[in-house]
Design a protein around this ligand. Structure first.
Ligand SMILES: Nc1ncnc2c1ncn2[C@@H]1O[C@H](COP(=O)(O)OP(=O)(O)O)[C@@H](O)[C@H]1O
Ligand SMILES: [Mg+2]
Length: 315
């Protein structure tokens, strides 16, 4: 297994001087759930409840929080797989919140996704080489079958897969290999940004670091940004320049990774950090978990306030 690269956190400040690639302002998504006798929803789930952040070119922003905190919905809104109830999403300075049709297709070329479960995101009846080549064909980036195969073979090689496996089906691969296929598909069009929604959670622990290293290598080589959704804080610490902590649809803390880990302000952030195992045995033995009841919703009037340079917490 490869060693994980050291955290790139010190680079955060330098990256952030560029105009943002992605800017999300006051994003809200409410889902109506249940149905009354007239077929109307009986109540509302505030999945995302006023979230703002931006991502610089080449920056890796981690979005963490436990299950149900609104991370995937935030990612799906950014990808425009879901329409927001309120708020604005700008990509490369362009308002994309209400884009449709060919304008949205053009943005999708630059904004790709890697899902948690590579098996359900790949068509089980399609040869994997076809799945990886599909975006190239759909966006008219290749002329003919041969060129498509050549491009797919190069992508396979780039993500550490033998191009001879192109004609196999998803079930013939391991979980880690399938995630490599998902990544190959995501980078096929040379995106500016990838939203990765818990891309290693479903994988064996023994191969998680390899996939994280692949993400890092690709980032370095292609210079894209990631919105990296995770609940494993250990990985976030290695991978992300900055981290945003979500609780019940809101960001409760956000800042450079090193700063948030060294000086967590919000009780929920402290609880998440204290719940993560430490690789050093002595410190791990001394680790004490700090309780936090995730049902404690942040008070509606609370605002993100800067506590250190670029480090904000909800107070
Ligand atoms: N399509 C949907 N309809 C109704 N509720 C939803 C839908 N998608 C997500 N939710 C709810 O929104 C909240 C946030 O979900 P999600 O964004 O998936 O959180 P996370 O990814 O952090 O686990 C949860 O309470 C979830 O049940
Ligand atoms: Mg999720």
């Amino acid at each position: 297994m490869n060693e994980l690269s050291p955290s790139a956190a010190p680079a955060a400040a330098r990256l952030r001087r560029a105009p943002p690639l992605l800017r999300v302002e006051n994003l809200v998504k409410h889902f109506g759930v249940g149905t009354d006798l007239r077929g109307r929803p009986t109540h509302t789930v505030k999945a995302v409840d006023g979230v703002s952040f931006d991502v610089a070119p080449g920056e890796i922003l981690g979005l963490v929080g436990e299950s149900g905190s609104g991370k995937s919905t935030t990612g799906r809104l950014v990808l425009r797989l879901e329409n927001p109830t309120e708020g604005s999403i700008q990509f490369e300075g362009q308002e994309i919140t209400r884009l449709k049709g060919s304008n949205l297709t053009a943005v999708r070329k630059k904004l790709q996704v890697v899902f948690q479960d590579p098996y359900s995101s790949l068509n089980p009846r399609m040869r994997v080489g076809e799945s990886v080549g599909e975006p190239l064909r759909v966006h008219g980036m290749v002329r003919g079958k041969n060129e498509q195969r050549d491009r797919v073979a190069a992508l396979f090689q780039r993500v550490g897969l033998d191009p001879r496996f192109m004609d196999r089906f998803p079930h013939q691969f391991s979980g880690g290999q399938r995630q490599r296929i998902g990544i190959a598909r995501a980078i096929a069009l040379g995106p500016k940004m990838i939203v990765a929604d818990e891309p290693i959670t479903a994988l064996d622990v023994s191969i998680q670091a390899q996939i994280i290293n692949l993400f890092l290598d690709l980032q370095e080589e292609m210079g894209m940004s990631y919105l990296f959704i995770a609940h494993d804080l250990g990985m976030v610490r290695y991978l992300c320049h900055r981290v945003a902590v979500m609780l019940r649809g809101r960001i409760v803390e956000m800042g450079p990774t090193a700063s948030v880990f060294a000086n967590p302000q919000h009780g929920y952030t402290r609880a998440l950090i204290s719940a993560a195992p430490i690789p050093d045995p002595d410190r791990e033995a001394a680790r004490q978990r700090q309780p936090f009841d995730p049902n404690t919703a942040p008070p509606p009037e609370a605002r993100l306030t800067e506590v250190e340079q670029g480090h904000y917490a909800l107070v």
